[in-house]
Design a protein around this ligand. Structure first.
Ligand code: PMP
Length: 401
């Protein structure tokens, strides 16, 4: 029956982890996967998450189904975290929000809802490059995927002129996907002034902004600072779609905790939108998982736990920032590695787009047992006091050839 089914290509990111696992060298480093590691290179369960779990299990909660749109208290708290207490649509009760299967599920619900109900366009513009899963998510949702310029290889920074030109040239009313903070894979974010200009262009071209916020708090260490773009757009009167993930900022990767929301005009419109979100979700997975949403809700809803969580997010962000400084200094000052490495310090969030070429990344894997994606992206969280010197020396050797 399946003799005509062609073999599909392996996932480019998960393939890196497989190669890493097969390598027996004790010096090996995995910088492929986008998951936080502590200073010993180990996965990190946040103490606030452990505390929330302990409190939950003491309550001996049941395992009943959640409603289609998930745990209502959690989704309200998630919206508050993203939009902020001053948000007009939040105060008016006009944000339609549903729990989702982490960020991926939020993007997919959003894609499917827009494909069905956004009346003005079926075209979505993604930054080039973008997270590798964006294209298949939106294509499989039934949208036409196009790109807008984002990254400038020459400056290893934002191609702001290209971005503006492409958004100005996009057909009116197209959907535009924006990474709210900590752009993956480049680590390059617009400044607040640039966000304000992007907001103006989106308004001028009547584009529909769809924010992907997978790293709130993880970029700067402050959840409100990282929500700047989302809150600015909302305060400028845009209606937005928003995908939230709690994978990175709460370290809840495998629990699959997220939320999808849309700002609407009034509570009546919200009720109609809500009913259609349910019609998208019900035949897809019926209703979302319980445990992770309860954990996130405990943290977001308890003042002391929330404060503790914020300091733990800041701890993760700060450790990554200190690795950026150490790597920059090792390459620039200690090893005098040819090239300009300032971007390693200025890039934001979990990833750095190093500018290493595919042959250099290949040499790093084969000769130094250092694994990263072929585009030269490294997960900064994979570096620590124990391996950063070896990593810098290996990069130096690969660059000097
Ligand atoms: N968007 C971006 C930009 C991401 O980097 C990720 C995680 N790699 C996601 C969404 C979704 O991740 P998850 O489904 O694990 O929340």
């Amino acid at each position: 029956t399946w003799s005509a089914v062609p073999a599909g290509p392996p996932d480019p990111i998960l393939g890196v982890t497989e190669a890493y696992k097969a390598d027996k060298d004790p010096r090996k480093i995995n910088l492929g996967v986008g998951a936080y590691r502590d200073e010993h290179g180990k996965p990190y369960v946040l103490p606030s998450v452990k505390e929330a779990e302990a409190r939950l299990s003491a309550l001996k909660p049941d395992k009943e189904y959640l409603p289609i749109t998930g745990l209502a208290e959690f989704t309200q708290n998630a919206a508050l975290l993203a939009y902020g207490a001053d948000s007009e649509p939040l105060k008016q009760g006009s944000i339609s929000v549903t729990q989702s299967i982490s960020g991926t599920g939020a993007l997919r619900i959003g894609g499917a809802f827009l494909a069905r109900h956004y009346p003005n366009s079926k075209i979505i513009y993604l930054p080039v490059p973008s997270w590798g899963n964006h294209t298949p998510i939106f294509r499989d949702s039934g949208l036409e995927v196009r790109g807008y310029r984002y990254f400038d290889k020459k400056t290893v920074g934002l191609d702001f002129e290209g971005l503006k030109a492409d958004l100005l040239a996009a057909p009116e009313q197209s959907i535009v996907l924006l990474h709210a903070c900590a752009h993956n894979p480049t680590g390059v974010d617009p400044t607040q002034e640039q966000w304000a200009q992007i907001s103006d262009i989106v308004k001028e071209r009547k584009l529909f902004p769809f924010f992907d916020m997978a790293y709130q708090g993880f970029a700067s260490g402050s959840t409100s600072h990282d929500a700047f773009a989302v809150r600015h757009f909302v305060s400028e009167g845009h209606h937005i779609a928003l995908a939230q993930s709690f994978a990175k900022n709460m370290g809840l990767y495998g629990e699959r905790v997220g939320a999808f929301s849309l700002t609407t005009t009034d509570p009546d419109e919200k009720a109609r939108v809500n009913s259609q979100l349910k019609i998208v979700i019900r035949p897809t997975y019926s209703n979302p998982p319980l445990h992770g949403a309860r954990i996130a809700n405990k943290i977001l809803g308890d003042k002391a736990l929330y404060t503790q969580w914020e300091s733990e997010v800041k701890g993760m962000a700060d450790r990554i920032i200190s690795m950026r400084e150490k790597l920059y200094s090792a390459l620039t000052h200690d090893l005098k590695t040819p090239g300009e490495w300032g971007h390693i310090k200025s890039q934001i969030g979990m990833f750095s787009f190093t500018g290493l070429t595919p042959p250099q990344t290949k040499a790093l894997a084969e000769k130094a047992h250092v694994y990263m994606t072929a585009d030269g992206r490294i997960s900064m969280a994979g570096l620590n006091g124990g391996n950063i010197e070896y990593f810098a020396e290996s990069v130096d050797a690969a660059v000097k050839g």
